[in-house]
Design a protein around this ligand. Structure first.
Ligand code: NAD
Ligand code: DAU
Length: 342
């Protein structure tokens, strides 16, 4: 792997992956293809050397542009997506366009030029799991965690379009011999995450003098992984993964939203009850949990950032130290949430 396109490389997880590759793999040159939607930000790549990372501003659904870039590279790592569930409930169209047509456009170009393709996807394609308290035997046994054998059962326009994009990739592997792998990862946290998402929203609320907002009763569980561990997982699959396989990436980080918020409040010196309960999300998935045994045992991957408290502390510090990165967006994000009573 020498010449790599990273789609969505100016977004949260994509830009962290670009940083990871620049820091660990000096032989790789990266072209970031990113439309710079509301979620993309040039500043996420600003500190990287121009001779290693080039940004092309464009749409992954632009077949002509994608063709012109794909013919000169050996690998495409595909992060670009509309990624926020709440937005998909307001307007699904961009999700269908980018997540489905965009992915289709990329895999067509990769099949034409026989480019290695890695598709970055989400655990949400599997739907949700019952809360552990509702499982027989308190969560021991069948259905405890997702594996790559779990049936697809997405809940939202976001997760259904991601599920559709996974299925396109699987079909292109089987019918056209596309050299592709897929990863489905759980909830990421870390620097450069857009402030519409749960953890940065609450941190920047507190930093702005706004009370944090918890959907519903806060019992919903997410399986948190530091974005650097996601990056090393994707790199491991790219370099050691078997073509046609799906690998689940997760770091055993299950926490309910109430507990995460309580930790943020504590780490930021706020009272435990200094938050508001707000309207729940429609169709709100109850619990996600990843069984990453396949990635760990077959490819030898291990997550490094497994102390959630420390990771959260560092993330809070990042948002404190980088106010100019998020402050201008705060008012609009909160006004949009307020329209839905959130
Ligand atoms: P993000 O919203 O922060 O970033 C998405 C990036 O894609 C932005 O830079 C945006 O400008 C770009 N983009 C959007 N539409 C585009 C288009 N049509 N053409 C080119 N670029 C476009 O998203 P994220 O949270 O960094 O997620 C990245 C990927 O990882 C997504 O595929 C998402 O489904 C997946 N994923 C996310 C998580 C998570 O916790 N955030 C977990 C598992 C998987
Ligand atoms: O599981 C992987 C997925 O994780 C990714 O595929 C998505 O791209 C990513 O956005 C994330 O989806 P979630 O919907 O789980 O993330 P979000 O940050 O929106 O919400 C996390 C949990 O917190 C969820 O249960 C809803 C809740 N929530 C969210 C917000 C924004 C709140 O309680 N309050 C909030 O203000």
């Amino acid at each position: 792997m020498k010449k790599v396109i990273v789609t969505g490389g100016a977004g949260f997880i994509g830009s962290n992956f670009v940083h990871y590759v620049v820091n660990h793999h000096p032989e790789v040159h990266i072209t970031v293809l990113d439309k710079l939607t509301y979620a993309g930000n040039r500043a996420n790549l600003a500190k990287l050397p121009a001779e290693r990372v080039k940004l092309v501003v464009g749409d992954i659904a632009d077949a002509k542009l994608v063709d012109s870039l794909a013919k000169d590279v050996d690998t495409v790592v595909h992060y670009a997506a509309e990624s926020h569930n709440d937005n998909s409930l307001e307007d699904p169209y961009p999700f269908v366009q980018t997540n489905l047509i965009g992915t289709y456009t990329l895999i067509e170009a990769c099949r034409k030029y026989d480019v290695r393709f890695h598709h970055v996807s989400t655990d949400e394609v599997y739907g949700d799991l019952p809360l552990r308290e509702d499982l027989p035997g308190k969560g021991i046994g069948v259905g405890e965690k997702f594996t790559d054998q779990a049936p697809y059962n997405p809940s939202s326009p976001y997760s259904s379009t991601k599920a559709g994009s996974d299925l396109l990739v699987k079909a292109w592997v089987r019918s056209f011999g596309l050299r592709a792998t897929i990863s489905n990862c759980s909830n990421n946290y870390g620097p450069y995450q857009h402030i519409e998402k749960f953890i940065p929203r609450q941190i920047t609320n507190i930093l702005s003098g706004i009370r944090p907002k918890l959907y519903g009763d806060g019992k919903n569980v997410r399986d948190w992984i530091h974005t650097n561990d996601h990056s090393s997982g994707v790199w491991t699959i790219l370099t050691k993964g078997k073509i046609g396989e799906t690998y689940l990436i997760g770091a055993d980080g299950e926490e309910d939203n109430k507990t995460v918020l309580a930790l943020i409040l504590k780490l930021m010196g706020e009272a435990p009850d200094a938050f508001d309960h707000v309207n729940n999300r429609a169709g709100h998935d109850l619990r996600y949990a990843i069984d990453s045994t396949k990635l760990r045992e077959e490819l030898g991957w291990t997550p490094q950032f497994i102390n959630f408290r420390d990771g959260l502390k560092a993330t809070i510090k990042w948002y404190k130290n980088n106010r100019t990165w998020w402050e201008a967006k705060k008012k609009e994000v909160e006004e949009n949430y307020a329209k839905n009573g959130q």
